[in-house]
Design a protein around this ligand. Structure first.
Ligand code: NAP
Length: 282
């Protein structure tokens, strides 16, 4: 039997998961197909199909990461806390929900040698990704998280949540006059909006200029297309260390791969497949 896997979301035109997950399956000789399963609506019907015997599981992406919780049989404590599921595992008719995004984010930080305890962080964005990042940072024991978001209320909600998990929090406007001083006082700057993303409304835009980025800081942009975002270019100009969105993407996928197949994910194969596919989009 050929097993099946896929990603549920909409739109999925630019999703990298089918590319690097299929490369990993093929590399290990696992007889399975990983496909894009676009779901503009009627999520419940699509999720029910995951109970078919040949389905190992699925990824879930925008806009269904929150709505899918009520359709599953079990949710991991971390996914429950994040209020979002990005990985579903099918075990004998039961659907188990996990969130491996925070794991992917933390792995990217670890590889950059950032340990976090006591650090001051500037978090740009307050969407679904920012929530997972903020909880992961609280878990690491950072001292302070300053949140800047276009919609202030969303930043305030996230700040209230994160302050219940330990760090002191502060909300500032997403404007250069406020972002600059906050960035200069931070050891870690995380960009979790769609700014700088290829094909998006903020393509080519950086929330910070090099002058506002401390040389000692680590700058982490969750956007992975392009691989070098406008913010990362500014950070390099400032002499700061950088992490792009690809390590997070690959490591969240590698954690899912291990849950579905019980095999260690060939992370390097996954990286190379994604890098090749991204290079081909330029
Ligand atoms: P989301 O929940 O829709 O949140 C979008 C965020 O972007 C919000 O903070 C939103 O601000 C902000 N935003 C959107 N358009 C903007 C604009 N024109 N100017 C300023 N801010 C704008 O999406 P998400 O899931 O958090 O994803 C956010 C980004 O992270 C995406 O680029 C996604 O590709 C990336 N991401 C990467 C990974 C990875 O593995 N590397 C994983 C997850 C997400 P408002 O609240 O004001 O709307």
């Amino acid at each position: 039997m050929t097993f099946r896997l896929g990603i549920l979301g909409y739109p999925l035109g630019h999703s990298m998961s089918p590319v690097f997950q299929q490369a990993a399956l093929d590399h290990l000789g696992i007889d399975a197909r990983y496909e894009a399963w676009p779901v503009p609506e009627a999520l419940a019907g699509q999720v029910a199909k995951l109970r078919q015997p040949e389905v190992l599981g699925a990824n879930v992406t925008v806009p269904h990461k929150e709505a899918v919780l009520s359709l599953l049989d079990w949710i991991s404590p971390w996914a429950r806390q994040a209020g979002a599921v990005n990985t579903i595992v099918h075990r004998q008719g039961r659907l188990l929900g996990y969130n491996t995004d925070s794991h992917g984010f933390l792995q990217g930080l670890r590889e950059a040698g950032f340990h976090g305890r006591g650090a001051s962080v500037l978090l740009i964005g307050a969407g679904g990704a920012a929530k997972g990042v903020g909880l992961a940072l609280a878990y690491l024991g950072v001292a302070r998280i300053t949140i800047a978001n276009r919609t202030r209320e969303r930043a305030q909600e996230l700040a209230a949540l994160l302050s219940r998990h330990g760090p002191r929090t502060q909300v500032i406007p997403l404007e250069p006059e406020a972002l600059g001083p906050a960035a200069l006082a931070s050891q870690l700057i995380v960009q979790s909006t769609t700014l700088g993303m290829k094909g998006g409304p903020g393509e080519g835009a950086s929330p910070l200029a090099a002058e506002s980025i401390p040389r000692e800081a680590l700058v982490y942009d969750l956007v992975y297309n392009p691989l070098e975002t406008p913010l990362l270019r500014e950070a390099k100009k400032a002499g700061a260390r950088t992490v792009g969105g690809l390590p997070m993407l690959i490591h969240q996928g590698a954690a899912g791969f291990q849950l579905w197949t019980g095999r260690e994910a060939p992370v390097e194969v996954m990286f190379q497949a994604a890098q090749r596919a991204l290079a081909a989009t330029h």
